[in-house]
Design a binder for this molecule. Structure first.
Ligand code: GAR
Length: 195
């Protein structure tokens, strides 16, 4: 049985699209069963186009962020989600959520963690820091932001004339390969998750 993925998005959704494409191959060992967003994100168009169930959890509809994250966790559980993939999700998940899916949440981040952790502008920070190379990391989500065990990474050189957008675009090209590969590794149990 393919591994059942719930994907969390907030932005453009290019990583979601890469996962949808990967999962469309008959031999791919995972399927996306639900896409959740915290706002009306462009990423949702990819879910709609692919006929994947989706839901938006607006913060304003709940008394606080914990209640919102719990509602999202329950919805993911109702879809029998086995692995949660944060693909450009721009909020830190509350402990109520990370406990509900403990050891079963991964995130893609556009830097070589632990460098430039904790924000959504890691490529700009890498440029500002003057590093010669950066990259992307897929890691396990724990309660400590961007500090969970690394499951895979790719190095991307910084080149002269780079702007944050150009650098981010090259990092994203790597993310689009890395994320489906790590999900495959988890589904095939080559990449072990905690028990
Ligand atoms: C990706 O580059 C992802 O690594 C980054 O947001 C982008 C989302 O792009 N995530 C973070 O910065 C998390 N702190 P997408 O919506 O096109 O997939």
């Amino acid at each position: 049985m393919p591994l059942r993925l719930g994907v969390l998005v907030s932005g453009r959704g290019s990583n979601l699209r890469a996962l949808i494409e990967a999962a469309s191959a008959p031999a791919y060992p995972a399927q996306i069963v639900l896409v959740c967003a915290n706002k009306e994100a462009p990423a949702l168009e990819h879910a709609r186009a692919a006929g994947i169930p989706w839901a938006v959890f607006h913060r304003a509809d709940y008394p606080d962020r914990t209640a919102r994250d719990l509602a999202m966790a329950v919805h993911l559980q109702q879809h029998r989600t086995e692995l949660v993939v944060c693909a450009g999700y721009d909020e830190v998940l509350r402990p109520a959520f990370t406990r509900a899916f403990s050891g079963r949440i991964i995130n893609v981040h556009p830097s070589l963690l632990p460098d430039f952790a904790g924000t959504m502008d890691a490529p700009a920070r890498a440029l500002a820091a003057g590093v010669g190379e950066t990259g992307c990391t897929v890691h396990l989500v724990t309660e400590e932001v961007d500090r969970g065990p690394v499951l895979g990474y790719r190095v991307v050189p910084v080149v002269s004339g780079d702007t944050p957008d150009r650098l981010h675009a090259r990092i994203q090209a790597e993310e689009h390969r890395l994320l489906p590969e790590v999900v495959r590794g988890i589904a095939e149990r080559r990449i072990p998750l905690p028990r």
